[in-house]
Design a protein around this ligand. Structure first.
Ligand code: PGA
Length: 263
């Protein structure tokens, strides 16, 4: 795992956005895996600014989102399709027909999950997958106890996740308890994975992900198996890591090596 520890959420967003911008400059028709939640919002803002400044184009890009609430149409303001349109796609030169989010209103959700997997394969697989992390270590809606080799499927949300996400719903609004999510195996198939985490509330999950055992109790720990994963986290999220100074040292050495190789 490459572990990049930065001062705050602003630096995390900039660093993460630069990884995506470099990816798109190297491969303009990249397949991006995208995430919802509060954490990626600033990164999306950086991508929008880079697009508006013509530093990068999204016109040949395909995207696949990690997950969606089962029971919500894409036009519902709490759906993740709506979130992605509002927070990112509406502000880019992207072809919306090439942006995919699992269908929350699928009549046959089981087949919709299979179709989603097949669609990812048909597009050549995900080049780079963005992830947040839940306080319980979930990635996508792969909650603790998820199979570490799972594929896109219907998942029940934990009470903790429902409570964490209740802030987005009004008191009288229906909040789904089910989701469609890419599986952990689907995520591990991405060629590169970028996980962002900021704030003290994520420090236990980051500790379990980086220094804990590989376990379905912390789905993000499966990333220990991935050969090209970068965790971009702030000091607060890194605060419980016992080898924090070592990770910072490795990153400085990596930067020196990259600068040397670029000469
Ligand atoms: P957050 O959610 O970015 O809103 O903290 C992350 C997640 O649950 O994956």
């Amino acid at each position: 795992m490459q572990i990049v520890i930065l001062k705050d959420s602003v630096e995390v967003a900039k660093y993460g956005a630069n990884i995506f911008i470099k990816q798109l400059i190297n491969k303009p028709n990249s397949v991006l895996g995208l995430a919802t939640g509060s954490t990626p919002l600033s990164l999306y803002q950086c991508l929008i600014e880079a697009n508006k400044a013509h530093h990068v184009s999204f016109k040949d890009v395909t995207t696949f989102n990690l997950d969606e609430y089962l029971g919500l149409k894409g036009s519902h303001p709490q759906s993740y399709r709506y979130f992605m349109n509002e927070k990112l796609f509406d502000h880019l030169d992207i072809n919306k027909e090439q942006t995919f989010v699992p269908s929350g209103d699928a009549l046959d959700p089981i087949n919709a999950c299979l179709d989603y997997e097949n669609m990812i394969l048909a597009k050549g697989g995900i080049d780079i997958q963005l992830l947040g992390i839940g306080r319980n270590g979930h990635i996508g809606f792969n909650e603790p106890s998820s199979c570490l080799m799972s594929r896109t499927r219907v998942k029940t949300l934990t009470k903790a996740t429902i409570e964490d996400n209740a802030r987005f719903f009004t008191l009288d609004e229906y909040q789904p308890h089910l989701s469609i999510t890419m599986g952990i195996g689907t995520i591990l198939d991405a060629k590169k994975v970028v996980l962002l985490a900021t704030g003290e509330s994520k420090s236990d999950a980051i500790l379990a992900t980086v220094e804990g055992a590989l376990t379905a109790s912390c789905p993000a720990s499966a990333l220990q198996f991935h050969q090209n994963v970068v965790l971009v986290i702030d000091d607060a999220a890194a605060s419980k890591l016992s080898n924090r100074d070592f990770y910072k040292h490795i990153e400085i050495e990596n930067q020196k090596l990259r600068a040397h190789l670029a000469q």
